[in-house]
Write a protein that binds this ligand. Structure first.
Ligand code: 5AD
Ligand code: SF4
Ligand code: FES
Length: 348
């Protein structure tokens, strides 16, 4: 059933802590019934911080000249993927800034095929590499990727315009999401919450968009102002506690409204609170994306400030994470792809 817009706005507007706790509990019950309490891991390889886009909120935008750009070598990326496979993570995510040139498309195709080969086809693969043509999406799909994340960021046209240069287009992004679906990917999208000028009605419309587009996965998080962006004036008035609350509310309301999809508890939550990601799981998320990028590169991938685990290497993180997940009574879905149940129901 299509969620009721007023009811979405009501839930999103809750502020009283007791009412919020009830909301998180309600979402957790629905999560338990619909998808269970196994957390699926996707190790993230942050392959490159080179991006041809210039989104006003993002720390790695092309207009930020202040730090070194890197791209991990094929060999290093394959080594990280192998590590992920050996740790019995079911899947990984390959994430990078947006590039559409031929050399990049070939590099990714080869990498995807290489990971497919080294894991005997066992490691699930999600790509998060921005807007591409349908042909490119199809090439990567044929090489072995089966899930794709492309956040719509916001479905409010005016807001989208105010946060992006004139040549970034919401329509094109939507077209990309539809191409991904057509090619056969499980499709994930998401938005940021707490953007300047954004209302709860906007977020309710975003959630209705997720429903109408029938998305399989969501990765969403609070907006965190970054000093080296055109929105740096927002840094001083930023309230991390409020941002955390917004992020958790968004997860909970999406779980309640959309039920059986995969929802990620994002690193942005942990940047705001030491237990941010566990709180995300308790508010209804069921996917966690540990960073497996070599620490030597992590400084370079700060889309927002305060990103956690900058100094912890992947094996330190996994121990820490396992403890964290056990502490809230959940288990880890080792060796499983943990595909979106929603996807399979739709396919039937
Ligand atoms: N705060 C929070 N999330 C951000 N992203 C980019 N910049 C920020 C920020 N300052 C998110 C966008 C993008 C994803 C890769 O990171 O939603 O899709
Ligand atoms: Fe590039 Fe994504 Fe950052 Fe925009 S949000 S500048 S597309 S990495
Ligand atoms: Fe990275 Fe705890 S999750 S060190």
């Amino acid at each position: 059933m299509r969620p009721d817009r007023n009811e979405l706005i009501r839930m999103l507007s809750l502020q009283d802590q007791d009412e919020l706790d009830d909301l998180y509990k309600q979402a957790y019950e629905i999560k338990k019934q619909q998808v269970g309490t196994k957390v699926y891991f996707r190790g993230i390889i942050e392959l490159s911080n080179i991006c041809s886009k210039n989104c006003f909120y993002c720390g790695i935008r092309s207009g930020n000249p202040d730090f070194k750009r890197y791209t991990i070598s094929m060999q290093e990326a394959l080594r990280e993927a192998k590590w992920c496979f050996d740790q019995r993570y079911g899947s990984l995510v390959i994430q990078a800034g947006e590039r559409t040139d031929e050399a990049w498309v070939d590099f990714i195709t080869e990498l995807v095929a290489g990971i497919k080969e080294l894991s005997g086809g066992k490691l699930g693969m999600t790509l998060s590499l921005g807007e591409q043509s349908e042909e490119v999406y199809a090439r990567w799909f044929e090489a072995g990727a089966h899930r794709y994340l492309l956040r719509i960021e916001t479905t409010n046209q005016e807001l989208y315009k105010s946060l992006h240069p004139a040549d970034h287009s919401l329509e094109y992004r939507l077209k990309c999401l539809r191409s991904l679906r057509k090619v056969g990917y499980q499709v994930g999208t998401g938005v940021m919450i707490g953007l300047p000028g954004q209302s709860m009605a906007d977020i309710a419309d975003d959630i209705l968009f997720f429903f109408d587009e029938d998305v399989d996965m969501l990765g969403m998080g609070p907006y965190i102002p970054h000093q080296k962006t055109p929105l740096k004036h927002l840094v001083d008035s930023f309230d991390p506690e409020l941002a955390l609350q917004l992020g958790l509310k968004l997860i909970a309301v999406c779980r309640i409204a959309l039920k059986d999809i995969n929802i990620a508890t994002t690193t942005a939550l942990q940047a705001l609170h030491p237990e941010g990601r566990e709180l995300g799981l308790l508010a209804g998320a069921n996917v966690l994306m540990p960073n497996i990028t070599n620490t030597e590169y992590r400084d370079g991938y700060q889309l927002y400030e305060g990103k956690p685990c900058l100094d912890e290497n992947a094996d330190q993180c996994i121990n820490c994470l396992s403890r964290r997940i056990a502490s809230i009574g959940e288990s880890i879905g080792f060796d499983e792809w943990g595909d979106s149940l929603h996807f399979f129901k739709r396919k039937q």
